[in-house]
Design a protein around this ligand. Structure first.
Ligand SMILES: N[C@@H](CCC(=O)N[C@@H](CS)C(=O)NCC(=O)O)C(=O)O
Length: 208
């Protein structure tokens, strides 16, 4: 059986776990926190990052966008990327934007864990600007649509939901929902799906 190395609070790992659930693909979940002394993740991913998926033949895959594209082809159930190449690129662009906002948020979290005298306010501001611009672009692209791309549920929604879930977990006082009510509507709708409920980061949150 395939094995997924992930940590309970990883938004990228959550993206993969949601894809596995939506596509009803069996996979063994190996909880691994890359910063822990006993982490094994570097033995499967030289970058030492989760998620990493180890295939049945032992070959490891990373990063999350490569893994989810692979998984979408493993099973025809609940296709998350369109067959048409141009359309698929459209979905992957959404994913890149949502993951990019998540990256900026994760960099702020990492910066705030450094000793106060080493933290750079300028660096944090640069990341904040990426989050603001990224959310504005996601909101503008969503418009009044029910789903992010082409009127139906896709990987674009999963990536956006994981991004919003991560922001909500790490920055509970950042009120993105009032500023972008259409993203809030999408988020509420996604949070009703069993795949989102089962992987909720709020329940996974541990003291940092
Ligand atoms: N672009 C990567 C990002 C993965 C990533 O940054 N994972 C974090 C956890 S959320 C990690 O493993 N960090 C440990 C490290 O960088 O040493 C992906 O989408 O898989």
């Amino acid at each position: 059986m395939m094995k997924l190395y992930s940590s309970p609070t990883s938004p990228y790992g959550r993206k993969v776990r949601i894809v596995l659930l939506e596509k009803k693909i069996d996979c063994q979940l190996i909880e691994d926190i890359p910063s822990a002394a006993d982490s094994k993740v570097a033995s499967v991913n030289p970058l030492g990052k989760v998620p990493a998926l180890v295939l049945d033949d032992g070959k490891p895959l990373y990063d999350s966008s490569v893994i989810v594209e692979y998984l979408d082809h493993v099973s025809p159930v609940g296709k998350l990327l369109p067959a048409d190449h141009r359309q698929a690129v459209g979905v992957k662009r959404w994913e890149a934007l949502a993951d990019g906002v998540t990256d900026a948020a994760a960099l702020i979290v990492a910066e705030r864990r450094r000793p106060p005298e080493l933290q750079s306010a300028d660096w944090v501001e640069r990341q904040q600007a990426k989050i603001e611009r990224g959310l504005a672009a996601l909101s503008a692209d969503l418009g009044e649509s029910k789903w992010c791309f082409a009127g139906h549920f896709s990987l674009a929604d999963i990536a956006t939901g994981c991004c919003l879930g991560y922001l909500s977990m790490r920055f509970p006082d950042f009120d993105w929902a009032t500023r972008h009510p259409n993203l809030a509507t999408l988020y509420a709708q996604l949070n009703e799906r069993p795949s989102f409920v089962d992987t909720s980061l709020q329940t996974a949150l541990r003291p940092a």
